[in-house]
Design a protein around this ligand. Sequence first.
Ligand SMILES: Nc1nc2c(ncn2[C@@H]2O[C@H](COP(=O)(O)OP(=O)(O)OP(=O)(O)O)[C@@H](O)[C@H]2O)c(=O)[nH]1
Ligand SMILES: [Mg+2]
Length: 356
Amino acid sequence: MKVSVIIPTYNERDNLEELFERISDSLGRAGYDFEIVVVDDDSPDKTWEYAEALGKTKGYPVKVIRRINEKGLSSAVIRGFKEASGDVFVVMDADLQHPPEKIPELVGAIEEGADIAIASRYVPGGGVKNWYWYRKLISKGAIMIGRIALPKIRSVKDPVSGFFALKREVVENAELNPIGFKILMEILIKGTYKRVVEVPFTFGLRKAGESKLSGKTMINYLKHVYRLMKWEGELDRLIKFSIVGTSGIFVNEGFLWFFVSELGMDKYVANVPATELAILNNFLWNDLWTFRDLRKRSLWRRLLSFHVAALTGAIVQWIIYAPLVYLGINYLLANLVGIGASFIVRFLFNRNVTWG
Ligand SMILES: Nc1nc2c(ncn2[C@@H]2O[C@H](COP(=O)(O)OP(=O)(O)OP(=O)(O)O)[C@@H](O)[C@H]2O)c(=O)[nH]1
Ligand SMILES: [Mg+2]
C-alpha cells in the first residue's frame, strides 16, 4: 500500500526541510511506501524550487506541482488528489502545526477499515496549543454552526481539520468545489465513504513563515456552509419550513384575533388553542412536504415529537411574549417576535429528532 502525503504550500520554504525529514522518518519507520506531493502556488519565496532541490539532494520522494495561474488552498488539495499515485491520501499543512509523527496512526486507522481518518483537535486527548480563548471560541462556534447546518457531519467533532487521511476511492468520483473553503467538510459532504474515525492530536504552533488566515476567513466559511447546505438540499428544507411556518403564523394570529376579539377570551389564555391549531397545520405540511423523504418514525411518534418541539418552541415564545405584553407592546406583535425565536428552536428539533 502506498501513501501520498499532499501538502499545499504558499511561502513555506523555511519549513520544508524539517517537514520532509519528519515525514520520511515517521512513514519510513512504520514501513510504508510513500510519496510527498507538494502543490505550490508559485510562491514568491520559491518554495517549489526548494522542494525540488530537497528531493534531488536528499533523496526524498517528492513530486512538486507549481501552479502559476491558480490560487487557493482547496483547489491545491484537489489538484494534489489528481496527481497523487498512492492508495491512501494524507492531507496536511506545511508549517508543522500538524505533527508528521501522527501520519502512521491515521494511515493505520484506514488500514483497519476506516474510509476517512481525521486528526482531531476536539476528541479527548486532542487540543490546541497557545490559542487565546476567543480563537477557541470562534473555532468551536464555527464547527457548531457547521454541524447544526449539515446533519450529515453531525457526528464529526472536528470537521474542519486540515489534517486527515482517506482512501483514494473517497474522493475519486466526488465533485469537489475548488473554491470550497474547508476541504475536509467538502469531502465529508460529497465524498463516498462509510466509516469516519477521529484520532486526537494537538494543533501546534507555526514553525516558520506567516499565517494566511485573514479577516475574511469567517465570512468565507459561512459562505461555504451555505453552499453545502444548498447542495445537500438542507437550504430548501429551511425555506419550506419557513413557508409552512408563515402559514402557521396566519393560522395562529387569525385564531388568536378571533378568540380575543370575537369570543372575548383572555389574551393570555387564547394563545394556547390558537397555537395548537397552528401546530396541527404546520405538522401536516411539514410531514407532507418539508421532511417528506425523512419519514422514518411512525406517524404518532412524529406527531408527538412535533408537539414536543412545538411545546419547547411555545415555552420560548411565551417567555418572550408575556414580558412584551406586560411592557404594553401590542399582543399580536409580541406574539410575532416570540414566533421568530421559537422558529429556530423548532426547526433544529424537528430536523434532528422528529424527522432526524
Ligand atoms: N497552494 C496553496 N497553499 C496554501 C494557500 N493558502 C495557504 N496555503 C497552505 O495551507 C496550509 C495552511 O495555511 P495556514 O496559513 O497555516 O493556515 P492555518 O494553519 O489555519 O493558520 P495559522 O494557525 O495561522 O498557521 C499551509 O501549508 C499554507 O502554506 C494557497 O492559496 N495555495
Ligand atoms: Mg498553519
